[in-house]
Design a binder for this molecule. Structure first.
Ligand code: ZN
Length: 315
């Protein structure tokens, strides 16, 4: 505590300049999914839109109120039972690039896994271009410490002038073992230190998952696979501690389901999607534990001009 950083890289809300598209395989369904990311109006937030269902039931807000399942990945579900699974890596990319407003269209129930990291989504966002909009970013400031526990897993948030993550993992495998990372999350730290870290699994678990009907699209092209004390992938790891970095990536994505950037210090020990969801619930359940704030507008900074026609064109 005590170290004061800037609250966020951008004072203004940000969206995309244009739309961008990609296609990939869904990790659990194993089918091709097309995804498009579109500009959206200020204060509209991140919205998922299923294009393979009737248009009046296909919208799912990227908010923790809509979290439906947290086994293996984070799944959102709306009041009509329409779901979108494996949102966390794309949410991490949006958080890391400080995108406040976007519509994500997809023609299936699961975000494509791409290479198992957030980097392809960062590239997609950069291809679309980023614009500042003339509304200040609204952040969720943690006012009081909140902690949740389950077994030997712990996750907590405490007040902080920025967003930082400290995470420890401990796996009974020589390839992973104990790893810890502490990071002040910023656009540049996300891009250099986090976004390339891939999801991972153990060979025996992957085989069991496939048998149970999950991870049908899983391969060495989109995950680090660990067999005992060895990494199976021929190319090895992208970071020596890629495992904990991926857990930080997941955490950034899950925490962005607060509905905006958090101002707080996250601390997790062996925490996963379910704990992250529980932590957000515990935070929002206590009215005195949080508030919504904007940063201080730097002196002399004028409001950006942005082209609202891009939003209308993509609607
Ligand atoms: Zn992940």
């Amino acid at each position: 505590m005590g170290k004061v950083t800037r609250l966020a890289d951008s004072f203004w809300q940000r969206s995309l300049r244009n739309s961008a598209r990609c296609t990939g395989i869904s990790l659990h369904g194993g089918v091709a999914v097309s995804l498009a990311i579109h500009p959206a109006a200020p204060d509209s937030g991140i919205l998922f839109r299923r294009t393979d269902v009737p248009s009046d039931v296909g919208d799912i807000p990227a908010h923790c109120d809509y979290i439906g399942a947290t086994e293996l990945c984070t799944t959102l579900v709306n009041e009509h039972g329409i779901r979108v699974a494996t949102v966390e890596h794309l949410m991490a990319a949006l958080a890391g690039c400080e995108i406040d407003n976007a519509v994500i269209e997809l023609n299936g129930p699961e975000i494509p896994i791409m290479d198992g990291s957030a980097e392809p989504f960062v590239t997609l966002i950069e291809q679309a271009g980023i614009v500042e909009q003339d509304f200040p970013r609204r952040m969720i400031r943690v006012l009081r410490p909140v902690t949740v526990r389950e077994g030997d897993s712990v996750a907590s948030l405490e007040p902080y002038d920025g967003f930082s993550i400290t995470l420890d993992i401990d796996f009974n495998s020589g390839a992973i073992g104990r790893q810890g990372l502490s990071l002040d999350v910023s656009c540049s730290a996300f891009k250099t230190d986090i976004c390339r870290a891939r999801t991972f699994g153990f060979l025996h678990e992957v085989q069991a998952m496939v048998k149970a009907g999950f991870a049908r699209g899983g391969s060495l092209d989109n995950a680090v696979v660990v067999d005992g004390d060895k990494v199976v992938n021929e190319g090895g790891l992208r970071y020596t501690d890629e495992f904990v970095r991926h857990k930080v990536l997941d955490c950034i994505g899950d925490m962005y389901l607060a509905g905006g950037p958090l101002l707080g210090k996250f601390r997790g020990v062996k925490s996963g999607h379910a704990m992250h969801h529980k932590l957000l619930r515990a935070l929002f359940d206590q009215e005195s534990a949080w508030t919504t704030v904007s940063g201080d507008r730097p002196a002399g900074m004028s409001a950006p001009t942005w082209d609202a026609r891009a939003v209308a064109a993509s609607a």
